[in-house]
Design a protein around this ligand. Sequence first.
Ligand code: DGL
Length: 268
Amino acid sequence: MDNRPIGVFDSGLGGLTAVKELATLLPGEDIVYFGDTARIPYGNRSRETIMRYAEEDIWFLLSKNVKYILAACGTVSSTYPAERAAKLSVPYLGVVGATAQAAAQASQSGRIGIIGTKATVNSGSYAKFIQTLRPDAEITAIACPLFVPVIEAGRIARDDLITTTLAKEYLAPLKEAGVDTLILGCTHYPIITDIIGDVMGPDVTLINSGREGAHCVHQHLGTEDMLSEKTEGGSLSFYVSDSPDSFWEIGKLFLGEGLEGPVEQVRF
Ligand code: DGL
């Protein structure tokens, strides 16, 4: 048993998709979330910068005495090396492995699509994982750099013209490739599942990286005997690097109703 909180971080608020899932799976766990809202997006930045930001995010969560760190960010998960993660004082998980595994299992045809930030797609991280699990897979990966800013701006309604237009353009090569499974390889994207689903059609299975990451944390904590003694009443604490004023405007969209907690600003 381990009653310390679980630490979750992202470049912004997209990682809250994983928090929502974790809070549902493990209602007794305390969760500390850090969103680097002053420096988002990470996905267009160099590997060096993403690494530096990730180190600072991890350091912050460790200062909150967390027992486990989930990088609920496709970009960091694709960049932060496993060898470094293995040296941390607590277990660390990125979302890529669990998500790739879910996609490899879900796909009938082996034609799998991946969407993510530029850094994620250029790293080839999801593709590498899938190919070890399914060498027959035909993978089409597309960077969608404008999705994150439109999502953080709240343009997420199913009929939103800007987001729908972007989705049609970004997803056209995936439709052409005939993928039957599509990885939402950035934790922001599940919030526009309806728009992506409408464009891709009902026969394409969408895989949510935040959800898969959360399921994997749940499993690890169980097998490593690191679950909290509490089975309900877990607390949520949120930290952001930009002003917390508008946190709930967008945060609510990711978390849904009923998940609340204090929000504080952090300065590195
Ligand atoms: N949620 C991040 C990711 O999964 C957002 C992307 C960004 O910061 O550019 O990649």
